[in-house]
Design a protein around this ligand. Structure first.
Ligand SMILES: Nc1nc2c(ncn2[C@@H]2O[C@H](COP(=O)(O)OP(=O)(O)OP(=O)(O)O)[C@@H](O)[C@H]2O)c(=O)[nH]1
Ligand SMILES: [Mg+2]
Length: 327
């Protein structure tokens, strides 16, 4: 995210400062007109035009360049919902549009009145009224500008690529999640700040030759989310877990049968059970890591992130399941 450059959003004060500066700059332009009143009208018209143009241009850019909320992926929408609230964001974008239209209306009226003005006092008061009314409209939408700015910064911070098949790694701490991500990834995993906790999210990519085509999957490790019992979650974590449902095409759940991770096998199996329930519609591959230390009898695929044992088999299994899913 994002494919389109998100607008950089100014505060009310910044927008107004810019607009006043532009209006002021028009005085540098020489107006060739003998009639004093006509000259004053032209100068005022230029000021009003420059002032409102600057504002309308800014507001228009914010609304037009913001990605369409309805076209965002489910995952991004869910994330925005948690962080800002979709209806709040829509309302804010709507308010910016409203302000833009109102500025156009104020300008239209002022330019019409200007035509009929017949003394310099009236001309000045028309200009001042535009400045006053527009400033008050812009100041009024400041909280909305702030919301949209926050949403842009947030969208930019999300590391996910839209519409890419995604594999999510789960399992207790120290079972080898990061090690697996590294061994499966083509390049060094990208680390992005995580929107909900102080933790980071790790994203790697698997490239796969498929006939003549190349397919790319993303593989993510979400420290702190799928590594302990779900019932111990706060509201935000639960929502983030719900958001993962929209993202994950496949989950790899790692078990550490050696228990050197510090967690009993029984607890690990319980976590697996609750993740199966929570993500009932998503296929899960269960692997037993640290096979270089211990290979017990079990129905699960044995791997070792240390020696690479079983990794090719795991890859094949991943591809098989993803192929099956896509039919
Ligand atoms: N012997 C052995 N050690 C492993 C293997 N995989 C990981 N380890 C070790 O286990 C420890 C934890 O590995 P990580 O990959 O950091 O585990 P993690 O699940 O990402 O841990 P958290 O990020 O704390 O949740 C490290 O010391 C690894 O070197 C393996 O296959 N065999
Ligand atoms: Mg880790």
């Amino acid at each position: 995210m994002p494919d389109k450059r998100l607008p950089s959003i100014k505060s009310s004060q910044e927008i107004l400062d810019k607009a006043f500066k532009r209006a002021k700059e028009t005085s540098k332009k020489k107006i060739i007109e003998r009639d004093r009143l006509k000259r004053a009208k032209r100068a005022t018209q230029d000021k009003i035009q420059a002032f409102t143009d600057t504002i309308i241009y800014e507001l228009d850019k914010y609304v037009k360049n913001f990605p369409s909320i309805d076209r965002l992926s489910n995952f991004h929408r869910e994330m925005i919902e948690i962080k800002i609230g979709i209806s709040k964001l829509k309302k804010s974008l709507g308010s910016i549009s409203w302000a833009e239209n109102l500025c156009k209306k104020i300008r239209r009226e002022a330019l019409r009145n200007l035509k009929f003005a017949d003394n310099s006092k009236e001309i000045t008061s028309i200009r001042k009224r535009v400045y006053g009314r527009v400033s008050s409209v812009i100041n009024q939408i400041n909280p909305h500008l702030k919301n949209v700015k926050e949403a842009c910064a947030f969208l930019e911070s999300l590391p996910f690529i839209d519409n890419v098949t995604t594999i999510v790694i789960a399992g207790y701490p120290n079972v080898g999640k990061s090690s697996l991500l590294r061994i499966l990834s083509r390049a060094k995993p990208e680390i992005a700040s995580y929107p909900f906790t102080t933790k980071e999210i790790h994203v790697g990519h698997i490239d796969r030759e498929k006939g003549y085509e190349k397919e790319r999957y993303q593989i993510i490790d979400t420290p702190g989310l799928l590594d302990r019992p779900l019932e111990k979650r706060n509201e935000i974590e639960l929502q983030a877990i719900a958001a993962l449902k929209h993202l994950a095409n496949l989950i790899i759940f790692i078990i550490d049968p050696t228990e050197t991770c510090g967690y009993k096998l029984e607890d690990q199996m319980n976590l697996l059970k609750s993740i199966r329930e929570e993500f009932s519609s998503i296929p899960i591959i269960v692997v037993e890591n640290k096979a270089d230390m211990l290979k017990r009898k079990s129905p699960y695929l044995k791997i070792s992130c240390k020696t690479g044992y079983g990794i090719d088999k795991l890859k094949k299994k991943i591809f098989d399941i993803l192929d099956e899913k896509s039919w």
